[in-house]
Write a new protein. Structure first.
Length: 248
């Protein structure tokens, strides 16, 4: 049976789209080129406005409109299920608009899939930390999703969210968006310090709730890190070709 094409709406940021594609490959049961799943990645970051700017009312154009246009282009390539490696794009005012305008294609919800992944892989943990962009942090996207699933969210202080995590992602000199391949030592150190901060507040594990953050760190001392891109990669395989999914 022909495997359905997996879709990735990239460009938010570009390296995060490539990272998701790599994780789809890593989570696929395959021993030859031909065993791997067909995948279409469109990285049109130049067309998609900044999600945080829109959420904070500094831009009037909903990025969901441009994201939906990319989704429709993927649909024309035969994609029926796609993922977006950008947590901020899942703010309700953006995600609801893009799903309304995306015809003939289903967009998996990154944050919901991350919580599902925690339930499957860390069943005994109850206190979950989360690092993210300021838009995701201030909107409480992970906080709400974790609470709905019965977890106790452990968030960084506003000061750490703004002065450590935000700078590690967005600083024009050393931030991950400016330098993602490789990530600078300064950005990596700042992310690890924020992880340690969540641990000091009682977190048993920490979500890297911006898709740039896993580019900086893959593990931390004495605490598991949760990678939403890996969760989304597994979900894309599960929803298109479940027989090809690498077991946990």
């Amino acid at each position: 049976m022909k495997n359905p094409v997996i879709g990735i709406i990239g460009g938010m940021g570009p390296q995060a789209g490539l990272d998701l594609a790599a994780k789809v490959i890593a989570q696929t049961r395959a021993v030859t080129d031909q065993d791997h799943l067909p995948m279409a990645l469109l990285s049109y970051g130049h067309l998609i406005g900044d999600r945080s700017t829109y959420v904070f009312g500094e831009s009037s154009e909903n990025p969901g409109i441009a994201i939906a246009s990319v989704a429709r282009e993927l649909s024309s390539l035969g994609v029926q299920v796609a993922g977006i490696p950008c947590n901020s794009a899942h703010a309700p005012q953006i995600f609801d608009e893009l799903t309304r305008l995306s015809k003939g294609i289903r967009i998996l919800h990154l944050i919901q899939e991350t919580v599902r992944h925690i339930q499957e892989t860390l069943p005994d943990m109850t206190r979950i930390g989360c690092l993210s962009t300021l838009s995701v942090h201030r909107l409480g996207l992970y906080r709400s999703a974790l609470e709905d699933a019965g977890y106790t969210p452990v968030m960084p202080t506003d000061e750490v969210a703004e002065q450590v995590v935000h700078r590690a992602i967005f600083d024009p000199g050393f931030g991950i968006k400016a330098q993602s391949a490789p990530v600078t030592d300064q950005a990596r150190a700042m992310v690890l310090s924020a992880v340690a901060h969540c641990r000091s507040r009682g977190a048993e594990s920490v979500i890297l709730g911006c898709t740039e953050l896993p580019l900086a760190v893959s593990h931390a001392k004495d605490i598991p890190l949760i990678d939403p891109a890996r969760a989304l990669a597994r979900a894309l395989i599960r929803e298109t070709s479940p027989q090809k999914l690498v077991p946990l």
